[in-house]
Design a protein around this ligand. Structure first.
Ligand SMILES: Nc1nc2c(ncn2[C@@H]2O[C@H](COP(=O)(O)OP(=O)(O)OP(=O)(O)O)[C@@H](O)[C@H]2O)c(=O)[nH]1
Ligand SMILES: [Mg+2]
Length: 676
């Protein structure tokens, strides 16, 4: 925006628990700024942000979406670049993307509900990223909402650095900016307290100001204003606002506060992958990162960029430094909901969309030609819930693959993989609602329907002792026969062992030209163990003897012998079944402690640690994957949506024998059925 200097740009993301009023607040802002000619209401499906069919139906936001508008603050034009995000846990990937590229965050807290698991999650995210934050208390008009209780709770959990900058009147019908000149008498004491906290926070940002303040001198208005911006940028001050969006209460004060407290894009320090500080000015070299991609059936492939430095002009050539390819760009677009707007140029702080780029995808850095800036990729959370997915009608099998791949391209927390061991197509995501939305989108686009089932556990097998294996393959059925005999030893592979296969044959008992066939046979044997036909890991095989026949020996005969000798040896080497063990970290309000630990015990879980953090209980535990495929939905029902968890693969471990027996019996029964 040529007419607005970068110091008058504010870029921030709205974060919070689902239902905390983010989108409603954004709609109130868009109405106030004239972007919308009426007040969009999320509950009525008229929101500018929750505009997709799925969002209207579910009455929650599903995607992170950028908005931009101009606000006249204290006589000057300010460009506001805002990101709405979903609070629902299944769509946390959207929060990760948007929060990674925003200069500041405004965290919505429903004053009636207080801090919820979604609030704690985004708070921690901002802490990790060092994002300057503000808090906005919503829902003040709900019955039995106590502003002071809500504020006290926030300060008890997040500290006294959370200072109210806008206070509600006692009747809840108006608000007061604590830095305004005239304050109502009923709020005088509260305003004074807040003002003192603000001035102290400002004074603490520099030695000069601290000295002046402690010396008893008054800080000037400019010193206070400058100090407050620094304090917020350093996360030493978290301004707390209050709004009633639908009544347009506190919205103006919030916007003024954002201009006053939040950093301009040129004031945030951003670094590239190598740790170099990015020049965040409009006249610096251009650099931007893709934080979201969209496959729209009408518009095609869109990438959303956050411009960190420099200026991008329409119809120009830029460089994708991640993929090391040039990209020709046409028009620059911004969106306010579904409303696109063409831009001639975009500057540091802006969020824009580009269409029809050849080779640019999520996380790529785009920059001026011949620049070597590259941003670290945004790390998205691991999926925590998996289904085996198959087409309802077999004829659609191919369409399911391509359809789901297209969906997964849009959402980095949805993964589609073929498990080479169980031969299933596995669809993983963050939760059932997300999977449901993804499948509905696919049906709308490609008209395919799928069946979801619980995935098979990718068990493996290994051995726990030594075993001797022997097999002689001898067949004489007219003409040339088949002959090969193999002796081998099998034992657990040790950490220092370089090779799993050892050729200990002496004196040409098995001629060297047949050794590759023996090895090949063993490789095949390792794919299907003796227990449940699962891949065998950590077995060392030494072939030490055998016999051959001048005429009848062949590669195939030695391959068969090696395979059978392996099975013979493995059966004697105390084979065991292994299963994947996952590490989980569960966050939830105190009252669910008993239910959650009880449930984890039931799931063969082992608790590794427990602690209270940011007002929530956090348990880390390990548990078998077999028990966790549906944990996302189970935790939701245990806690009524007030719990959240992360999961990662930890290791393979031995399946307890009572469970292993069932798995083995089942596998053998299936094998028998297949053979019949
Ligand atoms: N009474 C009252 N209701 C509100 C207020 N803000 C939002 N709501 C209502 O609360 C519900 C949820 O509001 P949204 O703005 O959609 O919540 P959100 O934070 O965007 O939720 P997600 O998109 O799921 O993260 C809607 O029915 C709103 O009308 C408020 O200040 N007071
Ligand atoms: Mg929303």
């Amino acid at each position: 925006m040529k007419d607005i200097p970068i110091t008058d740009v504010r870029n921030f993301v709205l974060l919070g628990h689902t239902g905390s009023g983010k989108t409603q607040l954004l709609d109130a802002i868009l109405f106030k700024l004239g972007v919308n000619d009426r007040l969009g209401v999320t509950a009525e499906g008229s929101s500018m942000s929750d505009y997709t069919d799925e969002e209207k139906e579910k009455k929650i936001s599903l995607w992170a979406k950028p908005f931009a508008a101009t606000y006249k603050s204290a006589g000057r034009n300010v460009r506001l670049v805002m990101l709405d995000t979903p609070g629902y846990a299944d769509f946390y990937g959207q929060v990760i993307g948007a929060s990674a590229i925003a200069d500041a965050a405004l965290i919505a807290v429903d004053a009636h509900a207080g801090l919820q698991v979604g609030t704690t999650r985004v708070w921690r995210r901002c802490e990790q990223l060092g994002t300057p934050c503000g808090i906005v208390l919503t829902g003040m008009d709900r019955e039995n909402t106590d502003y002071h209780k809500a504020l006290a709770h926030i300060q008890a959990v997040w500290g006294a650095k959370c200072v109210p900058v806008v206070l509600p009147a006692l009747d809840g019908k108006s608000v007061t900016d604590v830095l305004a000149d005239n304050v109502p008498a009923e709020l005088a004491a509260a305003v004074e307290k807040a003002k003192t906290a603000l001035i102290e926070a400002a004074a603490e940002t520099s030695d000069v100001l601290t000295e002046k303040y402690l010396g008893g001198d008054m800080l000037t208005t400019e010193e206070i204003a400058g100090g407050l911006r620094v304090a917020v940028a350093q996360r030493k001050l978290i301004p707390v606002f209050v709004t009633v969006s639908k009544a347009d209460l506190g919205v103006k004060e919030l916007l003024d506060g954002i201009v006053r407290f939040f950093p301009a894009p040129s004031e945030r320090i951003w670094k590239d992958h190598a740790g170099h500080v990015i020049e965040t000015k409009a006249d610096a070299p251009f650099c931007a990162q893709v934080w979201r991609t969209v496959n729209d059936p009408f518009i095609g492939h869109l990438v959303f960029l956050r411009v960190f430095g420099g200026t991008l002009k329409a119809d120009s050539e830029i460089y994708n430094s991640t993929k090391q390819v040039k990209e020709r760009i046409g028009t620059l677009q911004t969106f306010n909901g579904r409303k696109p707007e063409m831009l001639a140029e975009a500057e540091a702080g802006d969020i824009i969309a580009l269409a029809k780029l050849k080779g640019t995808g999520l996380n790529d850095t785009l920059c001026a030609a011949h620049k070597t800036i590259e941003f670290a990729p945004i790390k998205f959370p691991n999926p925590v819930l998996s289904y085996a997915v198959a087409a309802k009608s077999q004829a659609d099998e191919d369409k399911v693959g391509t359809g789901l791949h297209r969906i997964a391209e849009e959402d980095p927390t949805i993964k589609l993989e073929r498990n080479p061991e169980t031969h299933e197509q596995i669809l993983s995501g963050m939760g059932d609602i997300q999977v449901d939305v993804a499948l509905k989108r696919m049906k709308a686009r490609s008209n395919v329907e799928v069946l979801l089932t619980t995935p098979k556990v990718p068990y493996k097998e290994t051995i726990t002792s030594r075993g001797e294996g022997h097999y002689k393959h001898k067949k004489q059925s007219g003409g040339r026969g088949q002959y090969g005999e193999v002796y081998l030893r099998i034992e657990p592979l040790k950490a220092g062992d370089e090779e799993w296969f050892v050729d200990d044959v002496v004196g040409g008992a098995i001629p060297s030209n047949f050794i590759p066939a023996v090895r090949k046979g063993l490789e095949e044997a390792l794919l299907t163990g003796v227990l449940a036909h699962c891949p065998v890991v950590n077995a060392k095989v030494s072939v030490y003897d055998g016999t051959y026949h001048d005429v009848d020996s062949s590669e195939i005969a030695f391959k068969i012998s090696a395979r059978r000798a392996f099975s013979d040896g493995m059966a004697k080497a105390r084979p065991v079944l292994l299963e994947p063990i996952m590490k989980i970290s569960v966050m939830f309000p105190d009252q669910f402690m008993g239910d959650i630990t009880g449930d984890l015990n039931h799931k063969r879980g082992r608790i590794l640690g427990m602690g209270a953090e940011d007002g929530m209980q956090v348990i880390t535990a390990e548990a078998p994957q077999a028990e966790l495929f549906k944990y996302a939905s189970e935790l939701r029902s245990i806690t009524g949506g007030r719990g959240s968890f992360e999961m990662e693969f930890l290791r393979y471990d031995i399946v307890p024998s009572n469970i292993a027996q069932k798995v083995v019996a089942e596998a053998q029964k299936n094998k028998k059925q297949e053979e019949e």
